[in-house]
Design a protein around this ligand. Sequence first.
Ligand SMILES: Nc1ncnc2c1ncn2[C@@H]1O[C@H](COP(=O)(O)OP(=O)(O)OP(=O)(O)O)[C@@H](O)[C@H]1O
Length: 366
Amino acid sequence: MATTLVPETPDTPKTPESGERAPVFSVRDLWKVFGPKAERIPGSAEAELPAGELRARTGCTAAVREVSFDVQPGEVFVVMGLSGSGKSTLVRCLTRLIEPTSGTLKIDGEDVLAMDKARLRDLRRHRAAMVFQHFGLLPHRSVIDNVAYGLEIQGMGKAERRAKAAEVVEKVGLTGLERRRPGQLSGGQQQRVGLARALAVDPEVLLFDEPFSALDPLIRRDMQEEVIRLHHDEGRTMVFITHDLSEALRLGDRIMLMRDGGIVQLGTPEEIVGSPADDYVRDFVRDVPREQVLTVRRAMRPATSDEQDGGPALAPGTTVADAIEAVARTGGPARVVDDGRCLGVVDHACLLSVVAGLDGKEVAAA
Ligand SMILES: Nc1ncnc2c1ncn2[C@@H]1O[C@H](COP(=O)(O)OP(=O)(O)OP(=O)(O)O)[C@@H](O)[C@H]1O
């Protein structure tokens, strides 16, 4: 099959103001409403109704409600929320597998909603590859041919695509299984094939829709490690849907928490756990071991002049759990040092207050 020729997108698009790379995805006021005359819902008074009432009055479901965010190059952007909160709909809107009802949507500054069919096909085949929960593998094809499938669709010749697929098979730890069919693999191995198939087309961004939720916990952990390793090695941008908070905290550079189609909070794991936006988020993160997510940057207090130069030094990104170990070992405060500069110190009291969920002011007042 021949590929469609399309204009090349520059590797490093620039924003005019800053000279920095533009966001990979830039989403503004995006709505997806399912149901009759869906386009009249966004911005209307009915849009404010609770989901049940909206459905009863109009027959419509607002799966995504006025959502705005950017995905930055090289970040792992996690979309988290309970079942039905709109995660899958939102991520499918990014490549128009589901057509948004209103709003704006750009990839590398290019208007996705203005793309014609050929350009959209190019977006899905080359630029944004999706990894699904149900691996979507072709049962009668071998591992290597499943991995090469996306390249075949792109029109790449057999020898070339097999060579490329073999490289990726090795990268995801499937060497030796190339000739097997999907039915002869474990769930974890099948998901590796799904991941390899997405990676083979060398996409700018990988979109994961709950890829590991069907896997048992140990294999799931393995696959999470694999994603972290791939991300470290290649710095590829990833959008990752999950309803599992520990998975979100482990993988995400930033987490967007959704409820009823809207964003409840968007921030780093430390921001979400340390400064929940409302009671809903507070409840969501209640059982998270705070010391494993929060860092000394949050726990530290100003150093006195005697403390500036002595004691162990910790990087600002050190978790409170690791700092507790350092402080327990020496018995005294540890310094938080960035680029040779002492930003503050952590001692028993400030580390404990973070674990207890009290911030510095409350401790000082007590
Ligand atoms: N094709 C559709 N027609 C009507 N309603 C839909 C359709 N697809 C999804 N919905 C509704 O939109 C809302 C969001 O669904 P979505 O699948 O995006 O949620 P989710 O957070 O991904 O859930 P899960 O974790 O269970 O996959 C739900 O209320 C769902 O019933």
